[in-house]
Design a protein around this ligand. Structure first.
Ligand code: ADP
Ligand code: ZN
Length: 719
């Protein structure tokens, strides 16, 4: 510790980061004081650093217990790539390798040792640990994925139970347990099973602010929406499907369309699965289409989107699966494609379960998922309430907050629907009623003579999907009922009759037509983008030559900063967040050369980093929200109205965005001639105060326009 002025200094030295994530600093401090700790943080929260940094600052070896070989290997590679002495022992390595690693440990060249729980308690290993303790000391035990110790969790591993013995053998070695599981039951279990001594418990919020959550209707065009998202996203994505068959079909179709994609499901051989996973981690392919078999152990930090092409089974698994995106804290998108047909499929699967209790739980969970999918509240509020966390809503980063669905009056349609149910004598299900309403000509209707009903064909003006949406919503709002005998026959209740008697109105949240967001690119952004592509391919080359994943070399966010700031010297390069001293020495020259070469070819200069701090300010969610609408072509006034704020607020958002280098096409609001006038005025009277510019322009141009152009001018002149 003595060699570092502060913890921040040590953080930058070893990991290249400028600041701690929420909670990390306090945990590190307490770890340095040898306290027992229980850390509950969502995926991507930055748990590993909580024991890695203390391990580097303390004498002795930190022993990390981790359940998955792949995870272990990843973490060790990432540490080694930061020049940190780390290694692992598990069943995948040879006896000779074990020997040489043990020697390195005893020679004090290793600060972090990762082991699988079953090895830890092996006959030979404990005596070895005794030796380590005696010769160089054990600074701490870190139990990763600690929920594996609990039968109440979803990943129970009996080997974890034996960790208690380890605690008994080394009672004075402080322990840290880490998990992303949110329930209190599991938390208590961990504390007890691992015999933690008066542990300090850190529970981080489960909110993942960088994830954008949305639910989209699934229909015929969904595949092209999917394809478009893949093609317009720079980075990896996971697409979850319900069955192996669907995985194979979708992967095949995407491949036909030129997407680099691989499948992952339990029907593939072990080798295929592990090779597909590695190729995904290393960015050889962009997309993984998978069943939920593709799960824990995917700690690829730069997954940019997770799509559920079929409905997830329950909220907790949805949270975890979607949470595999954006672990690096950069924006990522989580989409569910939802239609009512999927519910039937899942219900069918539930019916296959033999245990009645299990069936009941599964049905209840499905209900919650449907509530989520149909919900019109902030998606975060719904998700977090599931974990008992209160969230105020209005997150500004989910579809319901960004594009609130208009409530429409569907009373007349509801009357048509319910009266059709009544006329069919409450003996049929949704699909049949819709057929009658839409005037279908089929045998069943003919047999029942229902083409004679007064409600036959009165619903042709709406599509079958729209009628289904209404029916679901009626069920959902308890305005009609459905039998639970497997036939799902519709039955009217008191509320249905109130509607029929015009004593009650029906409102529906109608999904807005989603306009796909097309990124507007100006020249500056295109330059950053092109340089970024080159840095990416350099990164890939270096990663391949070392047989590691690209993110091990540098994170996406770090590459982005390089492309934006275009450092020209090693010292500038070293200031970029994500560049620690070791990486600076290892990669500095080669990346600098690439950047300089690019600048020369394109006649560009450096883009000096923001003064004092090397962090580029990131837009806030409310700003991003504005930007998204703006890019969709809404005017400032429309955005103000939608978001229920003043026009000046929106203009201010745009100005701030421009000044932190976000792409905003101001021509949309200020014509090129007016831009020129404003620029001339700025030249004449300076940019500090608005009034003189306004006066200079003969009070002919609005303050809003001046502000926007001034921000653009400032941003240009900062380079
Ligand atoms: P978890 O285990 O909680 O899912 P990780 O420890 O894998 O999360 O960290 C997630 C990502 O965040 C990793 O890519 C890691 O390098 C990065 N990270 C961790 N701490 C910081 C920090 N203080 N600043 C920037 N990035 C960080
Ligand atoms: Zn929201």
């Amino acid at each position: 510790m003595a060699q570092f002025r502060s913890l921040e200094h040590a953080l930058k030295h070893f990991f290249g980061y400028d600041t701690f994530r929420p909670g990390q600093r306090q945990i590190v401090e307490q770890a340095l004081q040898n306290q027992d700790l229980l850390v509950v943080m969502p995926t991507g929260g930055g748990k590993s650093l909580c024991f890695q940094l203390p391990a580097l600052l303390k004498p002795g070896l930190t022993v990390v217990v981790s359940p998955l070989i792949a995870l272990m290997q990843d973490q060790v590679e990432a540490l080694q790539d930061n020049g940190i002495g780390a290694t692992f022992l598990n069943s995948s390595i040879s006896w000779a390798q074990v020997r040489s690693r043990e020697e390195a440990i005893l020679a004090g060249r290793v600060k972090l040792l990762y082991v699988a729980p079953e090895r830890l308690l092996g006959e030979k290993f404990l005596p070895f640990l005794d030796l380590v303790k005696h010769q160089i000391g054990i600074s701490r035990l870190a139990i990763d994925e600690a929920h594996c110790v609990s039968e109440w969790g979803h990943d129970f591993r009996p080997e974890y139970r034996q960790l208690q013995q380890l605690r008994q053998r080394y009672p004075n070695v402080p322990t840290i347990a880490l998990t992303a599981t949110a329930t209190s039951r599991v938390r208590e279990d961990i504390s007890q099973q691992l015999a933690l001594r008066q542990p300090t418990i850190h529970i981080a919020s489960f909110n993942r602010p960088n994830l954008y959550y949305e639910v989209r209707p699934k229909h015929k065009q969904s595949y092209s929406e999917l394809l478009q998202q893949i093609r317009t996203t720079d980075g990896s994505g996971i697409i979850y499907c319900l069955s192996r068959k669907k995985v194979d079909e979708l992967a095949f179709r995407l491949k036909q369309d030129g997407v680099k994609v691989l499948p992952y499901h339990a029907g593939l051989s072990d080798e295929e699965r592990s090779s597909n996973q590695t190729r995904f981690l290393r960015d050889d392919v962009q997309i993984m289409v998978a069943t939920i078999a593709f799960g824990m152990g995917i700690n690829k930090p730069d997954v940019r989107f997770v799509i559920h092409y079929d409905l997830p089974r329950n909220i907790e698994s949805y949270y975890q699966e979607a949470g595999r995106s954006g672990r690096d804290g950069e924006p990522a998108r989580c989409t569910i494609f939802f239609n009512y047909g999927d519910i039937k499929t899942i219900e069918f699967l539930i019916d296959q379960k033999s245990d009645e209790q299990e069936q009941r739980i599964a049905r209840q969970q499905l209900r919650r998922v449907i509530d989520y999918a149909e919900g019109t509240d902030c998606r975060r509020t719904i998700q977090l309430s599931y974990f008992g966390e209160r969230f105020a809503g209005n997150c500004g980063n989910c579809d319901n907050c960004c594009h609130p669905k208009p409530q429409e009056d569907w009373t007349i349609e509801a009357q048509k629907f319910l009266s059709c149910v009544a006329r069919c004598k409450e003996r049929f299900g949704i699909n049949y009623i819709i057929d009658v309403l839409r005037g279908a000509k089929n045998q069943k209707i003919a047999q029942n003579g229902h083409q004679e009903l007064s409600t036959y064909g009165i619903g042709k003006d709406k599509s079958a999907d729209e009628w289904k949406m209404l029916a679901r919503s009626l069920l959902h709002q308890n305005l009609v009922e459905q039998t639970a005998d497997g036939y799902s026959v519709l039955k009217l209740n008191d509320l249905s009759w109130q509607i029929l008697r015009r004593q009650r109105e029906v409102y529906l949240a109608v999904p807005a037509q989603q306009t796909p967001t097309l990124e507007y690119r100006d020249r500056a952004e295109a330059e950053v983008e092109m340089l970024l592509q080159r840095l990416r391919s350099l990164r890939k080359q270096l990663a391949d030559s070392q047989g590691v994943a690209p993110y091990v070399v540098f994170a996406d966010s770090t590459l982005k900063l390089m492309a934006q700031q275009r450092p020209q010297t090693l010292s500038e390069f070293g200031k970029i967040s994500g560049v620690g001293d070791y990486k600076l020495a290892q990669y500095g020259d080669i990346f600098l050369r690439e950047i300089q070469g690019y600048c020369q070819e394109h006649g560009l200069t450096a883009q000096p980093a923001v003064k004092n701090k090397s962090i580029t300010p990131q837009p806030t969610y409310t700003q991003l929200n504005t930007l998204e609408l703006y890019r969709q072509g809404f005017t400032v006034e429309e955005i103000a109205e939608k978001r229920n704020v003043r026009v000046t607020t929106i203009v201010n958002h745009l100005c701030e965005l421009i000044e932190i280098n976000q792409l905003v096409d101001i021509t949309q609001m200020v014509s090129p001639e007016r831009q020129l006038h404003i620029l001339e005025a700025i030249k004449a009277v300076g940019a500090d105060v608005l009034k003189p510019i306004y006066t200079h322009l003969g009070e002919q141009i609005s303050y809003e326009e001046i502000k926007l152009v001034r921000s653009w001018w400032r941003q240009q002149n900062r380079r």
